[in-house]
Design a protein around this ligand. Sequence first.
Ligand SMILES: NC(=O)c1ccc[n+]([C@@H]2O[C@H](COP(=O)([O-])OP(=O)(O)OC[C@H]3O[C@@H](n4cnc5c(N)ncnc54)[C@H](O)[C@@H]3O)[C@@H](O)[C@H]2O)c1
Length: 251
Amino acid sequence: MTDKPRLRICLIGSGFMGKAHAFGYTTAARVFDLPFALEFHTLVDINETAAQKAADALGFAHAATDWKAAVTDPGIDLVSITAPNALHKEMALAAIAAGKHVYCEKPLAPLASDAREMAEAAEAAGVRTQVGFNYLSNPMIALAREMIASGELGDILGYRGLHAEDYMADASGPFTFRHDPAGGGALADIGSHALATAEFLMGPAAGPIEKVMGDCVTMIGARPDGKGGMRKVEVDDIGRAFLRFANGATG
Ligand SMILES: NC(=O)c1ccc[n+]([C@@H]2O[C@H](COP(=O)([O-])OP(=O)(O)OC[C@H]3O[C@@H](n4cnc5c(N)ncnc54)[C@H](O)[C@@H]3O)[C@@H](O)[C@H]2O)c1
């Protein structure tokens, strides 16, 4: 038994990142001397069977399908959002309004103005937040940032970043939430990692990104819809950009 205060977790989504969040909470509690005792309270998935199966496998006491009820449950302190991108904003704002701390996966929202609204709501409510920019927590990236910030590498005049994944390369791959115009596309999905890394590394030395010239293209214009037909893809599967940082460095 512990006398630490409890932090009762609600995890939304039990796919790839749902498992990753559960893995993180499980490992953190075993490796670090946390100020809280983590309680795996409720796992929510839209699919009831998946919710129950994941709750059992990952150690959550309750399984649920209604995220709206879960995020306002007074028995919950923290909401982890690993549902498809288009749902992040609504889920996060509801959780913040209910006074919960929020760990939301990237991309926070399809538009910067939406993400700003989420950040401002969290600040006004005084809750703690975290975004799933996991690469920024990699010690190697932290060291690179320190080396850049300290001047050890001299003046940084240019930045080149590449985040390449091939999960959209197969034209027979099905239409998923990553192709949904409301929050999908390569720029939002993995471009968000690339841009977060660029600002994290360059920020202290070069300031934020101030100008952007970019292009997004759709290489695979239709994908199997899972019902025997094809569905048009209207989001990018490749995005490229030229950047200008505040101090004039380019990327
Ligand atoms: N930080 C990272 O490196 C990283 C990596 C992969 C994915 N992600 C992000 O994590 C999120 C999920 O990606 P994923 O790969 O785990 O997808 P996934 O398809 O494996 O999982 C999504 C889950 O959400 C559930 N879901 C869908 N609608 C729901 C609803 N209305 N209520 C509750 N649950 C619902 C699905 O049933 C599924 O279990 C995305 O936002 C993605 O951008 C982040």
